[in-house]
Design a protein around this ligand. Structure first.
Ligand code: SF4
Ligand code: SF4
Length: 499
């Protein structure tokens, strides 16, 4: 029997009532900054919009790659383009002996059509299409600069200042005006700080206003709250739930691995409080998305953290923090890279033993998203407004101190798109070394700020490129094992994950 296994159910964290997967945290840093965080509640992969050619004309895509899972199964994919699928031996043999011949069975013809729909076959055109532009306008609202933690990688200048209600409503108006001018059907708002939950009154007023205005102008609205997890009282969680907000909580490890990066304002431990906050969120009916920032020093603790999260069916995303100050020797940087690669593989092994129902291909490796093709790593410079507590507009939350527009402007997004002086988030085709890379539309070349800090230019490949290229096959193999896990009897899959 020919068996082709792929993510038919589109089990996303969203479909399982969890979310904020696929945000865009930056490599060096920085918690909770994925501009796409709130826009990804749609199927993991859009099939190519093209009619099926005659099956006899179909051949394996020129860039088709396979990775063995065991003697019976292999995972197949076309980097930057296809859906990831698992093929059994019969399906693999069919692939090898294409084209179909007259008289081949109905089963074989149906399998070929499916492989074509997944993007694994074509009729001779091996070009990888340029991905479509995003359909969601994303906005970061810096509601407060106050925070009770002092994370080492935080970029916010702490103060007691918050956005006024009037500014917050004007910010929502600016986002809606911009969306209408640019034809975006959906807006996504991220309520951020500081610690935004310290100002739940402001979150609530702003979100109620956004709901009313989005309905008035017939725009889709997605929204979430970014939290450090230490202030989530039952009352605040009830308000988050009643507002229908998604919740993202940052946690870097189960104990010291978190506390080194994320101490309290007095230098104490925060991990226990965050873990209690996560447990309370679950009791309140909220499934938070856990944002993990990994360093070469903390990566050894990642397996324990993932085991804890997987036990609770909690979605998570993993980003890198690495210094690229230029102070390290080449030897040290390589050792750092190697430690991260080895540590990430140990963490992936934990996932292979307990894979979740939803795909992790957009959340396992920094800002890479192997679930769909995209030209830019994040929304910066294209469909993103970062609004500070005074209503000033910047390109990225990392550059809040360099605003280039204001919510009073007729079209702040135009100002951002036309700016040639500040940071530039180039499309991957414009980055040297990336433009010909097979992974380009799944990777997009990494965080622009991390690249600039490492190389002094925006048109270079990511400083994490070696790590990405080493681990992409691991992520794909892991996805293959996950697909098998939910497809095969579990005693069989146990044998495979031990291999
Ligand atoms: S440039 Fe993009 S990936 Fe980098 S910190 Fe800003 S939003 Fe995140
Ligand atoms: S950063 Fe590296 S892996 Fe990513 S697109 Fe560029 S060359 Fe490819």
């Amino acid at each position: 029997m020919i068996d082709v296994i792929w993510d038919q159910a589109h089990h996303t964290p969203c479909s399982l009532a969890v979310s904020l997967a696929n945000d865009c945290r930056s490599a060096t840093i920085f918690q909770d900054c994925r501009p796409l965080a709130l826009q990804d509640c749609h199927p993991l992969w859009q099939p190519p919009r093209r009619p099926t050619p005659p099956t006899q004309s179909l051949r394996p895509h020129g860039m088709l790659r396979t990775l063995p899972l065991d003697d019976e199964f292999q995972v197949a994919f076309v980097p930057s383009y296809s859906q990831i699928a698992v093929l059994n031996r019969e399906a693999s043999q069919l692939l090898e002996r294409l084209p179909l011949r007259a008289g081949d069975s109905i089963e074989e013809q149906e399998a070929i059509k499916q492989l074509f729909a997944l993007g694994l076959l074509n009729d001779g055109n091996n070009a990888i299409p340029v991905p479509e532009a995003p359909q969601v306008l994303v906005a970061w609202l810096q509601l407060t600069n106050a925070c009770n933690l002092r994370c080492g990688y935080c970029y916010i200048q702490k103060s007691g200042e918050s956005m006024s209600v009037a500014t917050a409503q004007n910010a929502v108006d600016a986002v809606i005006r911009t969306a209408l001018q640019h034809g975006y059907p959906v807006i996504a708002l991220k309520y951020a700080g500081g610690e935004a939950s310290l100002r739940m009154d402001l979150v609530e007023q702003t979100h109620r206003y956004a709901q009313a205005q989005a309905a008035r102008y017939e725009l889709g609205l997605q929204a979430g709250l970014l939290s450090n997890g230490t202030t989530l009282t039952p009352r605040r969680l009830d308000r988050i739930a009643s507002l229908g907000l998604r919740l993202m909580i940052s946690l870097d490890g189960m104990a010291a691995d978190n506390d080194r990066n994320r101490p309290t304002i007095g230098g104490g431990s925060s991990s226990g409080t965050v873990i209690a906050g996560i447990e309370r969120a679950l009791v309140a009916g909220i499934t938070p998305d856990i944002a993990i920032t990994v360093t070469s020093a903390s990566v050894d603790g990642l397996p324990d953290l993932l085991a804890w999260l997987l036990n609770r069916n909690l979605p998570f995303s993993i980003s890198f923090y690495r210094e690229h100050s230029g102070g390290g020797t080449t030897h040290n940087l390589r050792a750092d890279e190697q430690k991260l690669i080895t540590g990430m593989r140990r963490a992936y092994a934990v996932i292979a033993r307990h894979p979740p129902r939803w795909s992790l291909t957009s959340t396992l490796l920094d800002r890479a998203d192997l679930s769909r093709a995209h030209r830019r790593t994040c929304a910066v410079g294209e469909n993103y407004l970062v609004i500070d507590h005074h209503g000033q507009v910047a390109k990225c939350q990392m550059t809040l101190d360099q605003p280039i527009s204001h919510i009073r402007a007729a079209n702040p997004l135009d100002v951002i798109r036309l700016d040639q002086i500040g940071m530039r988030n180039l499309a991957v085709e414009e980055k040297e070394g990336c433009c010909t890379c097979d992974w380009r539309y799944w990777c997009a070349g990494g965080c622009a700020i991390a690249t600039y800090r490492a190389s002094g230019s925006y048109d270079a490949r990511s400083p994490n490129c070696t790590i990405y290229q080493s681990l992409y096959p691991d992520v794909i193999r892991l996805e293959g094992l996950r697909l098998l896990h939910w497809h095969l009897p579990h005693d069989l899959i146990d044998d495979i994950t031990r291999m």
